[in-house]
Design a protein around this ligand. Structure first.
Ligand SMILES: Nc1ncnc2c1ncn2[C@@H]1O[C@H](COP(=O)(O)OP(=O)(O)O)[C@@H](O)[C@H]1O
Ligand SMILES: [Mg+2]
Length: 296
């Protein structure tokens, strides 16, 4: 799949990394599920910064806590410690009306794996995309229709698709609709949780391209979550590796791919077919697996 995208990370000027360009900052984030003896810590002291306009690839195996991390930023996971700041506002401390206003503002948007779960089957595409704008309640119907048409076109869909319903679309089209619904609110950050994992490989490449273009042309920052290094490598400026609820490695994409430090990352890089040309060194991989088993 990487062959079809540029194999290099985007050659964008690296963001000036100071507080002015900081968009999302997680410090000491802890999340646990359950209570009493059943209590299980899922995320351990997570520190993460996302700067304006950059794409961060968050990778990790299934169960490592990627979705939990995204859900905590949305205020939908049981945080037991730490802080989450977005555009200099501590959103993890917002409650009630302040939280509703923040969400309504729409600067932070998300896209999940399965577009069918994100779209109401009884609501037309146009109404789905318009929903966030209607909640903001500042625009008349004509202005809303224009914004919806522009959002659909910006994800490569004909605006006439607005009258259709989700079941009348392909998986790739549905995911474009979900992305349009996020874009219509002019977000500065998109959280994308396995956005292409449920798609066939042709749609996957197209959606990856679309996301890459959105990052480049509109400067929308993205946190792109995936269990698949191959999907992320072509679009991320930086890669962050989550392993059993810990961030074990992070760095510029090319650096992590060329010089992976943590055994888990080494295993991932070694197993990404487009990076090894298929000639995986089995002995080395077994050693890495043993090193990881020792960690457990
Ligand atoms: N609502 C929940 N209640 C209890 N445990 C959960 C819940 N959601 C996730 N978990 C557990 O948290 C861990 C991380 O899950 P998740 O964040 O979905 O990982 P990933 O997205 O990396 O696959 C898993 O062990 C999962 O079983
Ligand atoms: Mg997940």
């Amino acid at each position: 799949m990487l062959d079809d995208l540029d194999s290099q990370a985007p050659q964008r000027a690296s963001p000036l990394q100071d507080d002015d360009t900081l968009l999302l900052r997680l410090r000491g984030l802890e999340v646990s599920y359950g209570s009493g003896v059943e209590k299980k810590r899922i995320l351990h002291s997570i520190d993460l910064d996302v700067f304006k306009g950059e794409t961060v690839g968050l990778i990790g195996e299934t169960g490592s806590g990627k979705t939990t991390l995204v859900r905590s930023v949305l205020g939908a996971a049981p945080m037991t410690g730490g802080t989450i700041n977005f555009a200099q506002v501590e959103i993890s401390a917002l409650k009630g009306r302040a939280l509703r206003n923040f969400r309504r503002g729409g600067r932070l948007q998300y896209v999940f794996q399965d577009p069918l779960l994100s779209l109401d089957p009884d609501v037309s595409v146009g109404d789905s995309v318009a929903e966030g704008l209607r909640i903001q309640a500042e625009l008349n119907q004509e202005a809303i229709s224009k914004r919806v048409a522009a959002a659909l076109e910006s994800v490569g869909l004909d605006s006439e698709i607005a009258i259709r319903h989700p079941r009348e679309l392909s998986g790739g089209q549905r995911q474009r609709v979900v992305i349009a619904r996020a874009l219509v609110l002019e977000p500065t950050l998109l959280l994308l949780d396995e956005p292409v994992s449920a798609l066939d490989s042709a749609s996957r490449v197209q959606i990856l391209r679309l996301l890459k273009t959105l990052g480049r042309e509109r400067g929308i920052a993205q946190v792109f979550v995936s269990h698949d290094l191959g999907s992320v490598a072509g679009i991320a400026d930086r890669i962050v590796v989550l392993y059993r609820g810990h961030i074990v490695e992070s760095g510029p994409t090319m650096q992590v791919l060329r010089y992976p430090q943590h055994p888990y990352t080494q295993l991932l890089v070694g197993s990404a077919p487009s990076l090894t040309g298929g000639a995986a060194d089995r002995k080395r991989r077994n050693e890495l697996r043993e090193a990881l088993a020792d960690d457990a």
